[in-house]
Design a protein around this ligand. Structure first.
Ligand code: GDP
Ligand code: MG
Length: 441
């Protein structure tokens, strides 16, 4: 009897050691990923400590998929780190709010100011832009150009060199004009930092903004914490916007900015254009930080709803990244059937929001059917090619005639194809998980 007890105890402690090893392995892997994503070292260390407290080794011993449990815990912890616990001030339509943008030169302030204004204008607000950057030559011209393009009223001066004076004049004018969102763009020079922070303090004191937004370039790396903190010390930063998320940087500096300013990230910039601007969504952001792409939820969903025997083929296609017209055709069929794969695909960004907007499912279905009719007149070569250049005008004319649809519709279908191909290509190189372990990490 004594022998079996000691054996059992030994087995138990062995199990714990193994689980601890798995835990440490996972943590090390993720630490590497996070540091590569520019998350501040101290934050990574804090996270490790917290995870070790949260993950119960006994649970791990009982749980089947240990890595999954650990990954989930880490995922949740990172989401929590991006949540400062209180929402930022949110301007209200119809009520005047002054929003001041701060950040270093080149971080994307001027661009983001316009995006922010445009975003609200589309929703029926009356925004206005004030250029209080008198430091950089051409600053006013840049804002003026952006504002004109978006048909947003603006204020600035080529002559006046006092940013405080311009800011106050601009804010007053637009208050009189009943604008409900008055946005103040500021300077962000690299040198003379002390002077910059003093200027920010003065502009803020004079314009009394309801919200100060710190704009951060996603690629600034480990410098994010000090930068954000420096701004927070001179003005009451209440929200963060991370720009250039369309580039290679994963934006781990956002965690630092949140920690330093105790403010949430509210938007991200995803390109140079006015409409490349998205409301911040914590889960896809964290997936990306961890190197899981935006597809972690998608992978889980595949596992949930796609029958096992159909998974390998689909995943193979995904990882190859070549989105042919035939694949689009098959996915359209799935969506129309609303079979399991259709359910998954209709959840994907791009497949869902643009192709099948909520409330307009009937219309979307009709459109998909028309596209499929068009594709029925394509040759195998055309269907299996992933080169959109193959589709020249004479081919499109032929397809239009063959399907009895207007050439405009063939072109529209090709545009849709290109858009979806772009989304699909992001999945290229996706690691194909082994059976039973679908986590992409
Ligand atoms: P500011 O000095 O802080 O006012 O920065 P600007 O608004 O002038 O932007 C600096 C550069 O970054 C410009 O070339 C912008 O077009 C570019 N930029 C800003 N936001 C984004 C973004 O989200 N994505 C990309 N790719 N470029 C951006
Ligand atoms: Mg600027």
């Amino acid at each position: 009897l004594g022998g079996s007890i000691s054996r059992a105890i030994q087995q138990m402690s062995n199990a714990t050691i193994i689980d601890e090893k798995v835990l440490n392995e996972c943590l090390n892997e993720i630490t590497r990923a996070l540091l590569q994503s520019d998350v501040q070292f101290k934050l990574v260390r804090d996270m490790q400590t917290n995870i070790k407290k949260i993950v119960n080794l006994d649970d791990l011993a009982a749980g089947h998929n240990k890595r999954k449990i650990i990954q989930q815990a880490i995922f949740n912890e990172l989401c929590k780190m991006l949540d400062p616990g209180k929402p930022s001030f949110t301007p209200k339509k119809g009520k005047t709010s002054v929003v001041m943008f701060v950040g270093l030169q080149g971080s994307g302030k001027t661009t983001t100011c316009t995006k922010y204004a445009y975003y609200h204008q589309k929703k029926g607000w009356k925004p206005a832009l004030v250029c209080a950057d008198t430091f950089r030559a051409g600053a006013f011209d840049q804002l003026k150009q952006n504002a004109t393009k978006a048909k947003i009223p603006f204020y600035g001066s080529y002559m006046e060199s006092d940013p405080v004076k311009i800011a106050v004049e601009g804010v007053e004018r637009f208050k009189k004009e009943n604008c409900d969102l008055i946005i103040v763009d500021t300077s962000g020079r690299h040198k003379q930092e002390a002077a910059l922070f003093e200027e920010m303090r003065q502009v803020s004191e004079a314009t009394k903004p309801d919200l100060v937004i710190f704009v951060m370039d996603s690629s600034i790396g480990q410098a994010a914490f000090d930068q954000a903190q420096a701004f927070k010390q001179s003005v009451a930063v209440g929200a963060v916007i991370v720009t250039k998320m369309d580039g290679h940087a994963k934006g781990g500096g956002a965690l630092s900015a949140v920690a330093a300013t105790k403010s949430p990230v509210i938007f991200i910039g995803t390109g140079e254009h006015m409409d490349e601007f998205e409301v911040f969504d914590v889960k896809p952001f964290v997936s990306r930080l961890l190197g899981m792409g935006d597809w972690s939820g998608f992978m889980d969903k595949i596992q949930e709803v796609v029958p096992m025997d159909q998974q390998p083929e689909l995943l193979q296609k995904l990882s190859e990244g070549n989105f042919t017209l035939r694949i689009m055709y098959e996915q359209f069929q799935n969506i129309l059937k609303m079979g399991p794969i259709g359910q998954v695909f209709s959840m994907l960004p791009g497949f869902s929001a643009e192709l099948m907007p909520k409330g307009r499912e009937k219309e979307s279905q009709a459109k998909i059917k028309r596209y499929m009719t068009v594709m029925d007149s394509m040759t195998n070569e055309e269907l299996d090619s992933s080169n959109p250049k193959l589709m020249n005008e004479s081919r499109m004319m032929r397809i239009a005639r063959g399907s009895g649809r207007h050439i405009r519709e063939v072109m529209e279908m090709m545009e849709e194809y290109k858009r979806l191909a772009k989304i699909w290509s992001k999945m290229k190189g996706l690691k194909i998980p082994k059976k039973g372990d679908m986590s992409a990490l």
